[in-house]
Design a protein around this ligand. Structure first.
Ligand code: PGA
Ligand code: ZN
Length: 439
């Protein structure tokens, strides 16, 4: 008989994210209509800094409190419109709940309720539903075939909008592709992170960190960063290119200037004493050089979010050699991903649940990617909370990769530690494998 876990309470509140900005948290109560037992689920929403132009709307109050960043309106939407719309519904029917959220919002981009309001409720419903069935969230979301632990794409050096240093590319990440397990990979990455810190100290460079926990020293360009990372890997007794592969998030929409049609490198310009700009062809050539000189296996947002022609060129040139991840390009939006698939643009998608605003729409994008041979990387935001939802999601959908920052800062470490627990729970069923064998 179909079970009915009735939504009997919905409550939103304003809490803080890891940058000290407000964000939405929601709590859902489900009541088992057969037994009267009650189950609760709580979730909070992350927030980006280098947000893509095509992301769902994050509703902010625009008032003086919190410098305009308050989320009282979104919280109010949770406590009134959303509560009215979902109360009485079956919390076990995630797709239906998400559809109600979309219909109650009524826009294409969650601009009316706010994606921060809809997502908080969507995630909290999933968590309460898992709780009501007495199974872990990853198993509830993924079902019987959930088994693949993600390879961490661990950000150890921050730049761009995530730090106040001169590094122009936003993220430099290491991937322990040959590790025996997720936990083993986590250890390897943490060791390299510590060796990197020592190297920075030896060179008199700053060991202060950026928003995602990676170090944020002033360095002249990507090569200087990559040299340091390779040295840290070697110092840790691992082989760059074999044990460890490098991933970049250029976040190039932030470097792109619409007026000039060029990519501007302010940090590189400042340290080299002359304006450094690159056009699309030069960007592609730059990546080509970096790939041939360093063990780079993944490049995210190599070109700007609307440069489809450039992305096509980039994919034609590098798509057989490296993973090309669309973040601002796809914004976890199945329509944009479909367009990319048709054009043969990129070969992987970054999945950020708050870019789209409901759990089932994010899962739809993942399913579309996987059906079409695109890789999936589940991702945090630079503004995070202690919520570990994405760790469960990564395992649930057998995503294969997760990007959730450095082994530093509680909101990042919380996701890694959740994955350690999941791996232990899966026991001998847990799998861990190099995600690039096809590339
Ligand atoms: P954001 O950055 O969360 O600041 O948007 C993350 C990313 O670009 O991948
Ligand atoms: Zn990105």
């Amino acid at each position: 008989m179909k079970r009915y876990m009735q939504i009997t309470n919905v409550r939103g509140r304003e809490v803080l994210d890891s940058r000290g900005n407000p964000t939405v948290e929601a709590e859902i109560v489900l009541t088992d209509t057969m037994t009267g037992e009650r189950y609760a689920g709580r979730a909070s929403v992350p927030s980006g800094a280098s947000t893509g132009r095509f992301e769902a709307v994050e509703l902010r109050d625009g008032e003086t409190r919190y410098f305009g960043l308050g989320v009282k309106k979104a919280v109010n939407n949770v406590n009134t419109k959303i509560k009215d719309a979902v109360t009485g519904r079956n919390g076990l029917n995630q797709v239906e709940i998400d559809r109600i959220l979309m219909e109650t919002d009524g826009t294409d981009n969650k601009g009316s309720l706010g994606a921060n309001a809809t997502l908080a409720v969507s995630m909290a419903v999933a968590r309460a539903a898992a709780c009501s069935l007495h199974i872990p969230l990853y198993q509830y979301l993924g079902g019987a075939y959930t088994r693949l632990m993600p390879v961490p794409m661990m950000n150890i050096l921050n730049g761009g909008r995530h730090a106040a240093n001169t590094v122009d590319f936003q993220e430099f990440m290491i991937m322990p592709v040959q590790a025996e397990s997720f936990s083993d990979g986590l250890r390897i990455c943490a060791e390299i992170y510590h060796f990197l810190k020592k190297l920075l100290e030896e060179k008199g460079l700053s060991t202060g960190i950026g928003d995602e926990g990676g170090f944020a020293p002033d360095l002249p360009d990507a090569r200087a960063v990559l040299d340091l990372i390779v040295a840290a890997v070697e110092k840790s007794n691992y082989f760059p290119g074999q044990d460890i592969k490098i991933a970049l998030d250029a976040a190039s929409s932030e470097l792109y200037n619409e007026k000039t049609g060029m990519y501007h490198f302010p940090g590189e310009s400042a340290l080299k004493g002359g304006e450094v700009v690159r056009d699309t062809a030069e960007m592609i050539a730059y990546y080509e050089e970096l790939i041939s000189d360093y063990p780079i296996l993944s490049i995210e947002d190599g070109l700007a979010e609307d440069d489809w022609d450039g992305w096509k060129l980039l994919t034609d040139r590098l798509g057989e050699k490296v993973q090309l991840v669309g973040d601002d390009l796809f914004v976890t939006n199945t329509k944009r991903l479909d367009a990319g698939i048709k054009l043969h643009v990129a070969n992987a998608i970054l999945v950020k649940v708050n870019q789209i605003g409901t759990v089932s729409e994010a899962m739809e994008a993942i399913e579309t990617a996987q059906k079409n041979g695109y890789k999936t990387v589940i991702s945090h935001r630079s503004g995070e909370t202690e919520d570990t939802f994405i760790a469960d999601l990564a395992v649930a959908v057998n995503a294969g990769q997760i990007k959730t920052g450095a082994p530093c800062r509680g909101e990042r470490v919380a996701k890694y530690n959740r994955l350690v627990r999941i791996e232990e729970e899966l026991g001998t069923v847990a799998a861990y494998k190099e995600p690039f064998n096809k590339i």
